[in-house]
Design a protein. Structure first.
Length: 415
C-alpha cells in the first residue's frame, strides 16, 4: 500500500473524535474498520496519481453499503433514492476511478463503494443537494429536493496526491504532501484573525460578549466575511499560487509606495453596490416580501460570484492583487518591494483544541516572504497567500515588532 498505517490511523482517530464530539450531534454509526479506511484511502491516493486522456483524475467516493444506504440514509436524509446502480459491481481499483473520471466531484454526487465478502467494489452513483455557501444559497426548499450528503466516510480527490475526507457537510481533514491535516474552525473567528478583519471595515465588537453594536454593523460584517470566504473558496479550488492583500483605505498611498507594477488601475467592479442590494432584498424577504425578492437576490448573488471570481482571475497574474475592504482593485500583478522584516514572527492566536503548525518562512519562497515584508511595512493590511500545494496562509502585523500568521485559511470544519 502507498498509504501507510500511521496515516490511516490518524484519519480513523479523527473520525472517531468527530463522532464522539459532544456538540456535533452525530448519529452513532458503527466505526469503520482500519482496514476499510486503508483500502479507501490507498485506492483514492493511487487514483489521484493517474490521468485519463490527459486529464487528472477528479472524483469522490462514499464508503457505504446498499444496506446502510437503505437503512440509514434513505430513512434519515433523503426524500428518494436519487442514485444510479450498476448492473454489475465494479472492482474498486484506481484504474476504474480513472475510467469514471469526472462524473462526480463530491459537491453534487459521489460514487458508492463498500467491501463485500471478497473484494471492495463500486455499486452505484449517489446524487445530493449541495449548498453553494452563503453567497448563492437558495432561500427556500421543498421536500422533493431533500437529498443530503451521505453520513459516511467520503474521500474526494482534490489534486495529485491530495484528498479531502468528509462526513456529510463537514470536513474531517485533508491529506496533502503525505500528511493528514486535521480539520479546524475557520481562522476568521473573532478570537483569531477576526479582529484584524473587523478593523478593515471599521467595526469593533465587544471583547467580552463578542457582540456587534447594532444590526447594521452585524449585517455589514456578515456581507464582508461572506465575500472573503468565497474568495478563499475559489482560491482553494484553483490550487495555484496567488497573493491577495486587503489594504486599509488610509494606507492606500503608503501601500503603493511599497509596490512596483505596470498594472495599476482605477475604476470599480462595484461589488459594494451588489452587497448593499443583496442586503436590501434579503431584508425585504425576511419582512414578508414577495417571492420576486428572493429571485432578485439570487440574481444578485450570481453577479456577485462572477465578480469575485474576476478578482481571482486578476490574482492569477504574476504578482500580488491589492484590494480595498470594499473589494475595489488597487492594482494587480503588483511586485512587492518592502524592506525585509527582521522582527518576530509567531503563530496567531487559536481557539481551544486547535493545533499549532510552526512555519519557517525562509523556506516558503518569494511569494510568502514578499507578503511577510509587505504586511510588516503597511500597518493594518491582511495578506492571503495561496500555494499550489493547497494551504492558503494569512499574515498580518499584530504589533510594531510582531507579525502573526495562520497556516491555513481554507474553510475546513464545515464544507
Amino acid at each position: 500500500m502507498l498509504i501507510n498505517n500511521q496515516l490511516t490511523q490518524a484519519v480513523l482517530s479523527a473520525w472517531i473524535q468527530d463522532q464522539q464530539h459532544p456538540h456535533r450531534s452525530r448519529a452513532q454509526h458503527p466505526i469503520p474498520s482500519e482496514q476499510d479506511f486503508g483500502v479507501l484511502l490507498d485506492t483514492m491516493f493511487r487514483g489521484s496519481l493517474l490521468s485519463e486522456e490527459g486529464t487528472n483524475v477528479i472524483t469522490s467516493v462514499s464508503w457505504l453499503s446498499r444496506e446502510d444506504f437503505d437503512e440509514h440514509e434513505l430513512k434519515r436524509a433523503r426524500e428518494s433514492r436519487l442514485l444510479l446502480e450498476f448492473s454489475e459491481p465494479i472492482p474498486f481499483e484506481a484504474r476504474n476511478l480513472a475510467k469514471l473520471n469526472g462524473i462526480v466531484n463530491g459537491k453534487t454526487g459521489s460514487l458508492l463503494a463498500c467491501q463485500n465478502e471478497s473484494t471492495p467494489h463500486i455499486w452505484g452513483i449517489c446524487y445530493f443537494m449541495s449548498g453553494s455557501g452563503a453567497i448563492g444559497e437558495i432561500p427556500a426548499g421543498t421536500m422533493e429536493v431533500r437529498h443530503f450528503r451521505p453520513d459516511c466516510p467520503t474521500v474526494t480527490i482534490t489534486g495529485i496526491g491530495a484528498m479531502q475526507i468528509t462526513r456529510g457537510d463537514s470536513v474531517i481533514g485533508r491529506i496533502e504532501g503525505g500528511q493528514f491535516l486535521l480539520a479546524h474552525a475557520t481562522v476568521f473567528h473573532s478570537l483569531m484573525l477576526g479582529p484584524f478583519l473587523y478593523r478593515l471595515i471599521n467595526i469593533e465588537i465587544d471583547p467580552t460578549s463578542r457582540q456587534f453594536k447594532n444590526a447594521a454593523e452585524a449585517e455589514k460584517a456578515r456581507s464582508f466575511f461572506n465575500c472573503l470566504n468565497y474568495l478563499i473558496e475559489v482560491l482553494s479550488q484553483r490550487r495555484t499560487g496567488a497573493t491577495v492583500i486587503v489594504i486599509p483605505p488610509h494606507q492606500k498611498d503608503h501601500a503603493l509606495r511599497n509596490t512596483e507594477t505596470a498594472w495599476r488601475v482605477s475604476g470599480s467592479l462595484e461589488i459594494d453596490l451588489l452587497q448593499r442590494a443583496r442586503q436590501d432584498y434579503q431584508r425585504r424577504s425576511q419582512e414578508g416580501g414577495s417571492s420576486s425578492n428572493q429571485l432578485f437576490r439570487l440574481k444578485i448573488d450570481q453577479a456577485l460570484r462572477n465578480r469575485l471570481r474576476s478578482l481571482i482571475d486578476l490574482a492569477g497574474i504574476d504578482g500580488a492583487l491589492l484590494l480595498t475592504p470594499s473589494f475595489d482593485v488597487i492594482g494587480f500583478g503588483m511586485k512587492l518591494k518592502s524592506s525585509k522584516w527582521s522582527e518576530n514572527i509567531q503563530h496567531g492566536p487559536l481557539i481551544q483544541a486547535t493545533e499549532r503548525q510552526e512555519l519557517e518562512f525562509s523556506r516558503l519562497g518569494t511569494r510568502h516572504n514578499s507578503a511577510l515584508n509587505f504586511v510588516g511595512s503597511v500597518d493594518g493590511s491582511v495578506a492571503f497567500v495561496a500555494s499550489s500545494d493547497g494551504p492558503i496562509r494569512a499574515l498580518t502585523k499584530a504589533s510594531e515588532n510582531q507579525i502573526w500568521y495562520w497556516p491555513d485559511c481554507r474553510v475546513s470544519m464545515f464544507a
